[in-house]
Structures are given as structure tokens and as C-alpha cells.
Design a protein around this ligand. Structure first.
Ligand code: PAF
Length: 270
């Protein structure tokens, strides 16, 4: 049965943008969308624009049949699975891009993935214009991405709400990600150390102990276990500027490579 839409009687449309190879994290976004929307659209599009030339666009995991079967089970109303040509045209000339504010993208993932957030913001703006959702759902695992999208919507007066949805973790703490399948067996066993380190830094923040010491120890623990650490930082939850001692709400963010697989995770302390 359809739920009542907004005051105008129109149905409420929820969009869950994904790059496919779905896991329980994506399904939790769908569940949230189903709770508050009449119709739920999931987009599956591995967006070439958000991958750097040396990144994993070609080998990004894809399995449309499996995704469709999961989405049927999750009672999604519509799956939008465009081609790159559908989204970007024939690609002979670059089109208009969305450029997020520099202060938000120059650090953290943006520092290690130049052009990434322009690619994300551009495709998400296109998906919003094509699907015209009332609410769009994004995982908090990509915390910086979520802020980029919230700012884009506010700054460009886009007429929809953005809903962040908490991280879904495996039983050993590893944040769910499509890229986890790249991990070797040994790497998969070590990957939850990221969650351990985040929990240790969070506990230091809560105990008002030295956060810089906890971060240095956390980095060392990751390095000792074979991770290549890109960043482990305590930031203001709203702007991602480095946080001062005692400041709240804050977010601890990490990016580290293991088996050449780039893993990101975060923990909010409010
Ligand atoms: O988070 C993702 O899967 C992607 O960055 C998104 C938001 C679907 C845009 O391609």
C-alpha cells in the first residue's frame, strides 16, 4: 500500500545512489528509504568521472544480476542502470562539472584522490536531475562525500533532502564496502584493526586523554600490521577542519591501504 505523500498529495520519491556490487550497507539505505518514501529508486552506475587514471574503475566489482536479485528481495520499485553514454553523452567534449568548495575537498580523501569529489558531485547532481527524488540516502561511511553532497544541495538550492545513514559493520567491526572483496584472506583478517584503532581514539576523546597521542599510537598500530596509512585525523564533524581538544561533535576519519586496497572508515563522537 502506498503511504501518503507530501501535503500536495504527491508521492514521496526516495533515491539510493550506488555503484552496485551491493551489500547490507546499501540494503540499509534502501530500508530507510522504504520507511519514509512511497517509491524507492536505486541507481547502479560505476561513475568513471570519480576515478583517477591509476584507480580501480576497470576492475571495480560488478554483478548486475546479483544486485537485481537483492533489490527485488528488498522490494525496490525501480532500478536505474544507465550507461556512461546515457549519463555523459558521447564524451567527445567534457561537459559542465560541479566543483565542491575547495575548503571541504582539499584534505582527507580529496588530497589523495584529486578530482574525485568533482566527479561524485557531478554525477550525483545529474542523478538528482534525472530521478527528481524528494529524499536521497547516502552512507555515513563516506563521511566527506556526505558533507560534499549536503553542501552542494544547500549551495545550489536543490529541492530535496539528504539523509545520512549509519555505517553497517561486519561482526568483527569491518565497515561494509564493495571493495572488501579485493582483500586477501590474510588482509581480511587484519582489516578490522581499522575499527579497533578508531574505537581506541574515540575512547581517548571521551576520556579527555591526549588525542594526539592516541592518534600517533593508532597510526603506528596500523603501520605495524602492514597498512599504508593515508590519514588518521580528528576533525570537526561539520567542516572537517582539524578539531581542537574538547571540541564536539567531532569525527575520527581514517584511510589506509592494505593489500593495495584502499579502506576508509570513521567514527563520530557527539
Ligand atoms: O558512494 C558511492 O557509491 C558513489 O560515490 C555514488 C554516491 C553512488 C556516486 O557515484
Amino acid at each position: 500500500m502506498l503511504k501518503s505523500g507530501d501535503d500536495s498529495g504527491r508521492l514521496r520519491l526516495g533515491l539510493v545512489p550506488t555503484m552496485g556490487y551491493l551489500h547490507e550497507g546499501h540494503l540499509s539505505l534502501v530500508e530507510r528509504a522504504r520507511e519514509s518514501c512511497d517509491l524507492v529508486v536505486v541507481s547502479i552506475f560505476v561513475n568513471p568521472l570519480q576515478f583517477g587514471p591509476t584507480e580501480d574503475f576497470e576492475r571495480y566489482p560488478r554483478d548486475l544480476e546479483r544486485d537485481l536479485s537483492l533489490l527485488r528481495g528488498a522490494k525496490v520499485d525501480c532500478v536505474f542502470n544507465p550507461t556512461a553514454e546515457d549519463v555523459y553523452g558521447n564524451g567527445h567534449r567534457p561537459g559542465t562539472h560541479v566543483v565542491p568548495p575547495q575548503w571541504l575537498i582539499e584534505r582527507l580523501c580529496g588530497e589523495f584522490r584529486p578530482g574525485h569529489f568533482e566527479g561524485v558531485a557531478t554525477v550525483v547532481a545529474k542523478l538528482f536531475n534525472i530521478v527528481q527524488p524528494n529524499i536521497a540516502y547516502f552512507g555515513e561511511k563516506d563521511y566527506q562525500q556526505l558533507l560534499v553532497i549536503k553542501h552542494m544541495v544547500k549551495d545550489l538550492n536543490m529541492n530535496l533532502n539528504i539523509q545520512g545513514v549509519p555505517i553497517v559493520r561486519e561482526s568483527d567491526g569491518l565497515a561494509m564496502s564493495s571493495r572488501n572483496v579485493y582483500l586477501s584472506e590474510a588482509g581480511r583478517k587484519k582489516a578490522p584493526i581499522i575499527h579497533e584503532v578508531l574505537s581506541e581514539v574515540k575512547s581517548a576523546v571521551q576520556r579527555k586523554a591526549s588525542v594526539q597521542e592516541a592518534i600517533a599510537k593508532g597510526k603506528q598500530k596500523l603501520i605495524d600490521n602492514g597498512f599504508e596509512v593515508q590519514y588518521l585525523e580528528l576533525c570537526r564533524a561539520d567542516t572537517l577542519e582539524p578539531a581542537n581538544d574538547g571540541e564536539k561533535p567531532v569525527v575520527i576519519l581514517v584511510a589506509a591501504k592494505l593489500d593495495k586496497v584502499r579502506l576508509i572508515d570513521n567514527m563520530i563522537v557527539s
